[in-house]
Ligand binder design. Structure first.
Ligand code: FAD
Length: 300
């Protein structure tokens, strides 16, 4: 069988690499290698790539900032795609802010601020990308990505381009069909003053710093809040703050965060997640569901 890498070379403006460690691409700083890593800066290249991976039967994972994902120590036996260049920029057009799926949320908020557009400040300090925010319906302080999302363009498996203008915003559920790649979006915002936008950005970041571990390796909230409850509170009431497995520890500041204290493996983190979920289940009869996306654990 021909080497699939040869088919990945020469796709539009995309670049291809082999055996790329994913620990450098996730905020938990764990995860084995991607068999192949592609970086693409145009929708056309993404479309071509999806045709090729479809033809070859190669699994594909699109990675944003890797701030809500746990990749196993074995890594990913397929193509990891990252969006960059023209698919990672943001710019205003009237009261609409257009952004690429690979744009960092903080840079999008800063662009809105420069354009005197308000409404996105709640994501300031969330260390993810626009694509990740659309797939997770990322939110904070009672606001969600779906509140401001006006349009999304995607590429579906096989390479077809899609366009969406209506979104069913549910808690931490994807706003476009799973498996599609978010290449560009438009946020509908409103005019605001530089002073008030700046104040809300600062407030958003300050509230995070006050309530969450800051400047350490985490993936944000590990579990979704079960209906009518807070995962962090349930975990705290089980006395699990500070509990560790290998190099992974339940944060003493926010019980729904797991910190890589240095040298944790993905297995350490997964075992700690299982331990936490087990304790909450036996004490409260509540099954916690991971918010973080698990990759490469299927056969373990
Ligand atoms: C310190 C910290 C604080 C956080 N606070 C919050 C918070 O307040 N609220 C909140 O909601 N989240 C929070 N998070 C979690 C995380 O930042 C968000 O879920 C974010 O939206 C994930 O974006 P990402 O680019 O890192 O996605 P990734 O982790 O890279 O990917 C997450 C999922 O989205 C998919 N994906 C990524 N990009 C695309 C794309 N272009 N097209 C299609 N699918 C894509 C991936 O395949 C994966 O399934 C926090 C995380 C950290 C580390």
């Amino acid at each position: 069988m021909p080497d699939p890498f040869q088919s990945l070379l020469g796709i539009g403006d995309a670049t291809a690499q082999r055996d790329v460690p994913l620990a450098n691409c996730t905020t938990w700083k764990v995860g084995g290698p991607a068999m192949f890593m592609m970086r693409a800066g145009s929708r056309r290249a993404v479309s071509e790539l999806l045709q090729v991976t479809g033809d070859l039967g190669l699994p594909l994972l699109v990675l944003g900032r890797g701030s809500n994902i746990l990749v196993s120590d074995r890594g990913f036996a397929g193509v990891v795609l990252r969006l960059e260049g023209g698919l990672a920029t943001a710019g205003a057009d009237g009261d609409v802010l257009k952004a690429g799926g690979g744009a960092l949320l903080d840079s999008v908020v800063v662009e809105a601020y420069r354009s005197l557009l308000c409404g996105l400040e709640f994501v300031f300090g969330i260390p993810g990308t626009v694509g990740g925010a659309v797939m997770m319906n990322a939110g904070a302080f009672s606001r969600s990505t779906s509140d401001v999302l006006a349009e999304a363009r995607t590429v579906a498996p096989g390479g077809d381009e899609r366009h969406y203008e209506a979104f069913d915003g549910k808690y931490r559920q994807p706003l476009v069909p799973e498996g599609e790649i978010v290449t560009e979006v438009a946020f509908r915002l409103s005019a605001g003053s530089a002073k008030s936008i700046r104040e809300r950005m600062d407030e958003s970041r300050d509230r995070r710093k006050a309530t969450q571990p800051w400047g350490v390796s985490t993936a944000g909230s590990v579990f979704k809040n079960p209906p009518g409850a807070h995962a962090g509170k349930l975990i705290d009431e089980c006395g699990l703050k500070g509990r560790s497995v290998g190099g992974a520890m339940v944060s003493k500041k926010h019980a729904n965060f797991i910190i890589n204290q240095g040298g944790a493996s993905a297995r350490d983190i997964k075992e700690l997640m299982d331990l936490v979920a087990g304790e909450v289940r036996s004490r409260f009869d509540v099954q916690l569901e991971p918010e973080v996306q698990l990759v490469g654990f299927e056969e373990e």
